[in-house]
Ligand binder design. Structure first.
Ligand SMILES: [Mg+2]
Length: 176
C-alpha cells in the first residue's frame, strides 16, 4: 500500500468553504460528496439552512452535487430528500466501485469531478483508487459512527506520515 494513495489533492476546513468559482478555475463541474460528517453531521436526520444555501449557490454556478455514501439507502435518501440531490448509497469506499458507477451513470469525466469527504481511509483513498481529485474536510462533529472511530486512529497515523513526506500539506480556508 502506497502512502500516496491517501494524499488528498486539497485539505479544506469545511465543505461549506469550497467556492464554486475556484472549482471552475480547476475545470471541475461536479462535486461527489460523502454524506455523514461531510455534508451533514452523522447524527442529524436531514439538512439545514447552511447546507441548503451552499448547495443552491453551487447550482447557480452550474456545479452538480452528487452524494456518494457508504451508508444505507434509507438513511441517505432521507438525509438528502429536501436538497433534491442524486445519490449513490452503499458505495463501498475505499473501493472505487461506487465512484466508478456514479461516473458512468451520470456520464462524467474523471478530470471534471472532485470527491469531498471527511475520511482519508474511505473518501480520499477511494478517490485516489479511481484517479480523481479529492478534498479532505474536517468532520462536522467530533463524534463518529462506531466503525469510523477505529479508522480515525489509523487516519491520525497516516496523516502524520503524509505530513512527513509532504510538508506542504495543511488545512486551508479554500481551494487555491
Ligand atoms: Mg463521512
Amino acid at each position: 500500500m502506497r502512502l500516496a494513495s491517501f494524499k488528498p489533492t486539497w485539505m479544506i476546513q469545511s465543505i461549506y468553504n469550497i467556492s464554486p468559482d475556484k472549482l471552475q478555475q480547476h475545470g471541475i463541474d461536479t462535486i461527489l460528496t460523502d454524506l455523514d460528517n461531510t455534508l451533514i453531521p452523522w447524527n442529524h436526520a436531514g439538512s439545514n439552512r447552511d447546507i441548503l444555501h451552499w448547495v443552491r449557490l453551487l447550482q447557480q454556478y452550474g456545479i452538480n452535487v452528487i452524494v456518494i455514501s457508504n451508508n444505507n439507502p434509507k438513511r441517505v435518501r432521507r438525509a438528502v430528500a429536501d436538497l433534491g440531490l442524486p445519490f449513490v448509497a452503499r458505495a463501498f469506499k475505499p473501493m472505487n466501485i461506487g465512484i466508478k458507477r456514479t461516473l458512468k451513470r451520470f456520464s462524467l469525466r474523471k478530470d471534471q469531478v472532485v470527491m469531498v469527504g471527511d475520511q482519508l481511509l474511505t473518501d480520499v483513498w477511494a478517490a485516489n483508487n479511481c484517479g480523481i481529485a479529492s478534498i479532505w474536510v474536517r468532520p462536522l462533529v467530533k463524534t463518529d459512527l462506531l466503525p469510523t472511530r477505529v479508522n480515525r486512529r489509523l487516519e491520525t497515523i497516516v496523516y502524520w506520515q503524509l505530513k512527513k513526506r509532504y510538508p506542504e500539506l495543511g488545512w486551508k480556508g479554500d481551494i487555491d
